[in-house]
Design a protein around this ligand. Structure first.
Ligand code: FES
Ligand SMILES: [Fe+2]
Length: 415
């Protein structure tokens, strides 16, 4: 599965972790590999082995200067491509340096993240054709945080339509809470449980349509997507605001969760305020870390009084409600022989099958086609809210063209 992941461009850091030319290098661990990320004098990001090829000293302590990262043990220096550009401690250095490289992965900065391709050079695909990779900075928002579990059990919450009616719900009329309204979640959205009416394979993964009946006598149909191997469109963040969740394995027992929002227009200040300081849509982090303040060690500060009176879980932050369910599913790598899947878990089964199939194909030498699927990546969440009396086929005929239409979200909340 790791080999399969290495056929895709993946986010490996926030761009702000390497804020400017010659900034301090940052430690990155991704796909069980320890790496050092730096930005050279001309601003190019570089992602290299965490250890020097000379005698294995940690490159984290390196000097980032004059277009390269220099190991401080004996001064060997490497550029973003991994080439050794100075080997000052040996008489043969001038020629020997041409034979030495540090392993380095191609990386680029897009949408506030550093993306890397960690696979074989001759298999390198173009960047995925997401609609949002080149949007202006004000149209995107991203934060990341660390989870202590396998990426898959965390990702599966994104295409588990029935859980939202429980896990993310509030009691009584408490959905009038403004934070909950900004988050787009409240009992009014989930009067009856959502279920899937269609699940279809696409060139990049799966597209699914779920429906639920609302308290106001209307029915909503929502289309979402899972894209190989970890890109989830998740739900609708709000009118005209889309969401993308990416869970990048650190190793088998931990992941980095990139929680990304984007819009074709600048994201309104009110939304940004909530993301940054509201504490509902994005969890608070311990200063200087990517660890959430509410976490497994303190039982996510579950508030049992709130649980009785206000919120279904008593856990404050929307993503932490999910994370509390994910980080300990019989441990950090769940034992799937002990689960009992129901019809509401159809998508979970389908995604697992597709991932396993792609991994098996790769073992047999058949490369995945998704990384080269171009415009097939340019799909987003869509939703229509229609009268209960509208036949399903008519509602889906309205919904389907919206999946690829860049202007669709503006009309998404109108029946
Ligand atoms: S170990 Fe890095 S230069 Fe010697
Ligand atoms: Fe959730």
């Amino acid at each position: 599965m790791g080999e399969l992941f290495r056929r895709f461009w993946l986010p490996v850091a926030l761009a702000e972790e390497i804020p400017g030319p010659d900034c301090d290098p940052a430690r990155v661990r991704v796909l069980s590999e320890d790496l050092i990320l730096f930005r050279d004098t001309s601003g190019r990001p570089g992602l290299v082995d965490a250890y020097c090829p000379h005698r294995g000293a940690p490159m984290f302590f390196g000097r980032n200067e004059e277009a390269g990262l220099r190991c401080v043990y004996h001064g060997w220096k490497f550029d973003v491509s991994g080439a050794c550009i100075d080997l000052p401690n040996a008489p043969e250095g001038e020629t020997f340096k041409n034979k030495v490289t540090i392993s380095a992965y191609p990386c680029v900065e897009k949408a506030g993240m550093i993306w890397a391709y960690m696979g074989p050079k001759d298999k390198q695909p173009p960047l995925p054709g997401f609609e949002w990779l080149d949007l202006p900075a004000g149209n995107t928002y991203v934060k990341k945080f660390r989870l202590e579990c396998n990426y898959l059990q965390a990702m599966e919450g994104d295409y588990d339509a029935s859980h939202a009616s429980f896990l993310h719900s509030t009691l009584g009329d408490s959905n009038l809470n403004p934070a909950i309204q900004i988050g787009g979640i409240g009992n009014n959205f989930f009067d009856k449980m959502a279920h899937y009416v269609s699940v279809q394979e696409t060139p990049v993964g799966l597209t699914y349509i779920s429906t639920n009946q609302r308290a106001d006598g209307k029915t909503s149909y929502s289309a979402g997507h899972w894209m190989m191997p970890i890109f989830c469109t998740a739900g609708i963040a709000g009118p005209n605001i889309y969401s993308s969740n990416m869970r990048i394995p650190i190793d088998d027992n931990a992941l980095m969760f990139y929680r990304f929002r984007w819009s074709y227009d600048p994201i309104p200040e009110r939304e940004l305020q909530e993301y940054k300081w509201g504490g509902y849509v994005y969890p608070e982090l311990m200063p200087g870390t990517f660890v959430t303040t509410d976490n497994k060690a303190n039982d996510y500060n579950v508030d049992r009084v709130a649980q009785r009176n206000y919120s279904y879980t008593g856990i404050k932050t929307f993503p932490l409600q999910d994370i509390a369910m994910m980080e300990d599913q019989r441990g950090t790598v769940m034992d799937r022989t002990k689960e009992h899947l129901a019809s509401s878990d159809e998508l979970i089964i389908r995604v697992r099958r597709q991932l396993i199939r792609a991994a098996r194909n790769l073992m047999e030498g058949k490369e995945p086609s998704a990384p080269h699927a171009g415009k097939a990546w340019a799909i987003h969440t869509a939703r229509v809210i229609v009268p209960d009396t509208m036949p399903q086929a008519d509602a889906l005929a309205k919904l389907n063209p919206m999946i690829t239409d860049p202007t669709s979200m503006k009309v998404n909340f109108i029946s």
